[in-house]
Design a binder for this molecule. Structure first.
Ligand SMILES: *Cc1c(COP(=O)(O)O)cnc(C)c1O
Length: 285
């Protein structure tokens, strides 16, 4: 089974006193329910890359050993019939972890790149060396964020009229870049960076320029909810996510959606959203 072009995801209202106290209505867009192998934003980001991948016959991409992107690309190749090569940061560790073992089962060839080279992975000499080794391939950048991916995420924006503020987590920023471009004013988007360093605003703007030639839509990035950085967590975040699962029966992943939801409710409690606003949080995976 594969998501069809019409595939969309349900919106559910989240009854939570922390938002209600502030006169807000809070909703979740359950993109995590789109497909078991190609959840949420990974499906949206891959859709418009599938055609070129099939034309080339092989897709090569990059990721860390626990990357949801690597996992989704491997599944897409298995489902849609093109070869996939995953260039993994760092050394091989055996036995393979769950993500990489699964990717290999879906037919992905795994190769490893030392961390110093990996930092320069998108530079011409590194890409050229990969072409010499692996032959022709369609290159998808780390995290899958390129112009076709941004266009796929703009379709998410177009699916959610009637909400005043739409929130998503940010890893590479591709999801926010597209989502914001797909909203209709006066709707606005708020991204919650899961990385520390304060560079997400620049990345989102760069991806919009790459896709549309200009910055689009009304959006901003929150840099204060990374909890120490990528894949880091704290007792406070863990307690929040456990409490959220108990209240709402929804398990938030610690890397992305827990940080966003913590941020959404923190902003709500700070009065950052106007009273009466309809706030939608995208459960991206
Ligand atoms: C990959 C991923 C993201 C990050 O999306 P970007 O487009 O890279 O910002 C967010 N949420 C989940 C669940 C993901 O797997």
């Amino acid at each position: 089974m594969t998501p069809s072009p019409e595939t969309t995801s349900p919106v559910v209202e989240l009854v939570d006193e922390r938002a209600a106290r502030r006169g807000l209505r809070l909703f979740l867009k359950r993109d995590d329910l789109i497909h078991p192998e190609l959840p949420g934003n990974k499906w949206r980001k891959l859709r418009h890359n599938l055609g070129p991948a099939r034309e080339h016959g092989t897709l090569l991409t990059f990721g860390g050993a626990y990357s949801n992107h690597i996992r989704a690309v491997a599944a897409a190749g298995g489902i849609h019939g093109f070869a996939t090569i995953g260039v993994i940061r760092g050394e091989e560790h055996l036995p393979l972890n769950d993500t990489l073992a699964h990717a290999e089962r879906m037919g992905m060839r795994l190769t490893y790149m030392d961390r110093a080279t990996y930092r320069r992975k998108h530079e011409p000499d590194v890409v050229e060396a990969l072409r010499e080794r692996w032959g022709g391939f369609y290159l998808l950048p780390e995290g899958g964020s390129n112009a076709p991916a941004v266009r796929g995420c703009a379709e998410l924006g177009a699916e959610v009229p009637g909400f005043d503020v739409v929130c998503c987590p940010c890893g590479t920023g591709g999801t926010l870049a597209g989502l914001a471009a797909g909203l209709a004013p006066p709707q606005r988007a708020v991204g919650f960076s899961v990385l520390k360093g304060g560079f997400m605003t620049g990345e989102v703007a760069r991806l919009q320029r790459e896709t549309y030639g200009e910055r689009r839509g009304n959006w901003s990035v929150q840099d204060g909810f990374h909890f120490g950085g990528y894949a880091r967590t704290t007792p406070e975040l863990d307690a929040f996510a456990d409490d959220f699962a108990g209240r709402h029966g929804i398990v938030l992943d610690r890397i992305y959606t827990a940080k966003m939801m913590f941020g959404v409710l923190a902003l709500a409690e700070r009065g950052a959203f106007p009273e009466g606003a309809r706030v939608l949080a995208v459960i991206t995976g």
